[in-house]
Design a protein around this ligand. Structure first.
Ligand SMILES: Cc1ncc(C[n+]2csc(CCOP(=O)(O)OP(=O)(O)O)c2C)c(N)n1
Ligand SMILES: [Mg+2]
Length: 563
């Protein structure tokens, strides 16, 4: 993690300071600070070790959203955090908390700021080491597991330090945009520390000389380049730096592409937008533009394999400016103590000297979609259809599998956001994350793209969708198993049971289901789904088990030609 030169500590100021004289309990201080950081809703399932805190949450303005299991709560909180800027989940000791490990590991990997709160046995109950229920090895096991997958994991077991620990945890969550973990022993929820405390936040500072030198070198490098290009990554979204990247591009006529995880960071209808850069998996003209560029400005991007097309991206570090919240490298020079926001503000501050004509960029046409009524649906035609409906105010939430690869070719407009786990790639993300999206903003309508395998992992979260009258459109890519894996190595382990996915509404007592075999069915189902504003719609789209997206085919072909 990048260290910053200095850190300014400030009193954050909140009702907590005013209420300090009245002395708050640890539980109420935590709830107060959650609200100060923008947490309006919290996901989870209660249990006896956390019931008292749940009671306090119910009495607070924070809305508790019950989910069907804790893993789903984790994905929902992650989806919520990606829209709201921060999310939270509250569960019981070990049986609840440890189910969160996979979603929270994903949130860590992809920098989604989620606060995890877990109840735990009271400190007084722990004397003489009893075998209390839910205990694994010793009373610290759960916290130690979370130390590996969060930026800060603490137990609020000491009144003297609890408030300070809460401040530090929440601060780390927003500063690093990564999950934090707070364990609250049940006999400390109402404990009232008797020391005075004023909430504090830390503000990392850049080393001014390092910042100046980095900016001089970056500006000179971009200015001298004939064909610079920007690769925009997900951190621009997480740190709210989209306007800075657009300013840098527009002032200097520099084309922009996005990584797969960063897709939708800038509107894909922007005149300077080239497309998703994902090595061999992406469109050939985008790959060539980036790899032939003499100055590649990677901003907030993860240099991961799937994100950049299975390690097929060929980027020469000698031609790259690579800036993230953790690293700043200009060609082979490494800079320390430069805060990403300061770098972005300074680099976009004023126009660079070079006169550069606007590049000629032609985006692929989005042809009007006309169904050939009796023709069976293919992946290619399905995604052409989806592309043609994206003008609406939608959030595309894509699960892992060919739904993700295919979605890379969708054209995301200003009105649409794109959420996926393109780096960690855990199946089961999309349906619970879509719940998180609508809890964060009821005006957004998720278009969920999910394989049949991933759907079977977390589809029960549609239950929460129904409880809250949410209205996502869920497209199940029913290719009868794990086609992405089939594509790599076929075997009976890739087969799954074919469910009547379109009959989920009968089970849940709400929603509309559509079975889609032909293009005619697809046309009718989408029309009805868009008209159905009041509940979820589910399209069970039958596909051939060997039919994969153009993006996945491109990857395979190019890997073969390079081998
Ligand atoms: C939680 C999890 N388990 C296993 C995998 C490995 N995996 C990657 S893609 C895939 C198949 C996905 O199947 P499906 O959701 O039906 O999508 P499809 O590949 O058929 O498009 C599997 C098993 C994973 N990424 N995540
Ligand atoms: Mg499948």
């Amino acid at each position: 993690m990048a260290k910053s030169k200095g850190t300014r500590v400030r009193n954050a100021g909140s009702s907590a300071s005013a209420a300090n004289e009245m002395r708050m309990s640890i539980g109420s201080y935590l709830i107060d600070r959650l609200q100060a950081y923008g947490v309006r809703d919290i996901f989870g399932i209660p249990g006896d070790f956390v019931l008292q805190f749940y009671g306090m949450l119910e009495d607070s303005p924070i809305r508790v959203i019950g989910t069907t299991n804790e893993a789903c709560a984790g994905y929902a909180a992650d989806g919520y955090a990606r829209i709201n800027g921060i999310g939270a989940v509250c569960v019981t000791y070990c049986v609840g908390g440890l189910s969160l490990c996979n979603p929270i590991a994903g949130a860590y990997a992809e920098k989604s700021p989620v606060i995890v709160i877990s109840g735990s046995p009271g400190m007084s109950e722990r004397r003489s080491d009893p075998l209390l229920h839910h205990r694994v090895k010793d009373f610290n096991t759960q916290r130690e597991v979370f130390e590996k997958i969060t930026v800060r994991a603490v137990s609020l077991d000491d009144e003297l330090t609890a408030f300070r620990e809460i401040d530090r945890c929440l601060d780390a969550c927003v500063r690093y945009k990564r999950p934090v973990f707070l364990e609250l022993p049940r006999d400390k929820v109402l404990a009232v520390p008797d020391n005075d405390h004023h909430p504090q936040t830390e503000h990392p500072q850049s080393d001014t000389a390092a910042l100046r030198e980095a900016i001089e070198e970056a500006r000179a490098t971009i200015q001298a380049a004939k064909r610079p290009v920007i690769v925009a990554g997900i951190e621009l979204h997480r740190f709210h730096l989209q306007s800075q990247v657009l300013k840098l591009a527009e002032q200097n006529n520099i084309p922009i592409c996005a990584t797969l995880l960063g897709k939708s960071v800038v509107s894909e209808r922007h005149p300077l937008y080239l497309g998703v850069y994902e090595g061999a998996m992406g469109r050939e003209e985008v790959r060539r533009y980036v790899e032939e560029s003499d100055c590649i400005v990677l901003l907030g991007a993860f240099m991961s394999d799937i994100n950049l097309g299975g390690f097929t991206a060929q980027l020469d570090p000698g031609k790259c400016i690579y800036a993230t919240s953790e690293k700043l490298r200009i060609r082979h020079h490494h800079f320390h103590d430069v805060v990403f926001r300061d770098f972005m503000n300074a680099i976009s501050e004023k126009k660079l000297g070079a006169k550069r004509p606007a590049p000629k960029i032609s985006q692929p046409e989005i042809p009007a979609w006309k169904p050939s009524n009796a023709t069976p649906v293919t992946m290619k035609r399905l995604f052409q259809k989806i592309n043609s409906v994206l003008d609406q105010k939608l959030v595309v939430v894509s699960d892992t599998g060919d739904s993700l690869f295919a979605a890379a070719d969708l054209s995301i407009t200003q009105h649409t956001e794109f959420l996926s786990t393109a780096y960690y790639t855990s199946m089961g993300f999309a349906i619970p994350a879509s719940v998180g999206v609508q809890v964060a903003n009821r005006q957004l309508r998720p278009l969920v793209l999910v394989g049949d395998g991933a759907f079977q992992m977390t589809c029960m979260e549609l239950s929460t969708t129904v409880r809250h009258n949410f209205n996502p459109i869920v497209v199940v890519l029913n290719n009868k198993g794990y086609s992405t894996e089939r594509f790599i190595q076929e075997g009976p382990f890739n087969d799954i049971l074919n469910w009547n996915y379109h009959r989920m509404p009968e089970l849940l007592g709400a929603g509309w289901g559509f079975e889609v075999v032909t293009e005619g069915d697809l046309e009718k189902a989408f029309k009805a789904a868009f008209a159905n504003q009041d509940s979820f719609s589910l399209l069970n789209v039958h596909l051939d088990k060997l039919d994969v997206s153009p993006a996945l085919k491109r990857l395979a072909e190019r890997l073969q030609t390079r081998a």
